[in-house]
Design a binder for this molecule. Structure first.
Ligand SMILES: [Zn+2]
Length: 192
């Protein structure tokens, strides 16, 4: 491990999501899977690479119980952090997935001095499929033609993310089935 990647080790307890959507604990460069939740609210964790265990308290303090048989890995965690941010952005923002992933990739490259990370980040591109699926759960796919739209348009197409009316007109224009979309703010803007 290079001295550079040691700088990115997260010193306090961080909780991230694994590739399979499981909650994991990151602490001092090691990643742990949840073994059990104790009755007093603390959680018992096992290292993903060896048998070392840790207990975390509700205040995020962590006690590591055994010695790890391997070195800590900062890059590993950095990737999980990027993955977490990406997932949130994909759900919250409506921009194209490719652009969101590209931006995250470039931001990470700018921030990180670790060359390991740049190589590993190619895995983020493979993540696009997973992100697309997650987005589909909360957002309908972009229709390729007007015929693909359901007949009575569901609210998700007719309102903005702030629940303002977005569909202005649904009917025939010059003999063609037409839909006109605009937010109130856009109309105000156009009228000025
Ligand atoms: Zn370990």
């Amino acid at each position: 491990m290079s001295g550079k990647s040691e700088e990115v080790l997260i010193m306090s307890a961080e909780f991230v999501e694994s590739t399979h959507g499981k909650r994991q604990l990151c602490y001092l460069g090691y990643r742990y899977s949840l073994k059990r939740k104790n009755q007093n609210g603390s959680e018992y964790w096992v290292c993903v690479k060896c048998n070392a265990t840790a207990t975390s308290d509700s205040d995020s303090s962590v006690v590591v119980c055994d010695d790890h048989t391997h070195l800590p890995d900062g890059t590993d965690m950095e990737i999980l952090q990027i993955r977490k941010t990406l997932k949130r952005k994909v759900m919250e923002e409506s921009g194209p997935l490719d652009r969101i992933v590209e931006e995250a990739y470039h931001a990470a490259n700018r921030q990180s001095q670790s060359s390991d990370l740049i190589i590993n980040l190619s895995s983020i591109h493979i993540m696009k499929n997973t992100l697309q699926k997650q987005r589909r759960k909360i957002r309908p796919p972009i229709p390729q033609s007007i015929e693909q739209l359901p007949y009575t348009l569901p609210d998700v197409y007719c309102k903005t993310t702030k629940s303002e009316l977005f569909l202005l007109y649904d009917g025939s224009l010059g003999g063609t089935c037409s839909l006109v979309f605009a937010s109130y703010n856009d109309i105000v803007y156009l009228s000025q």
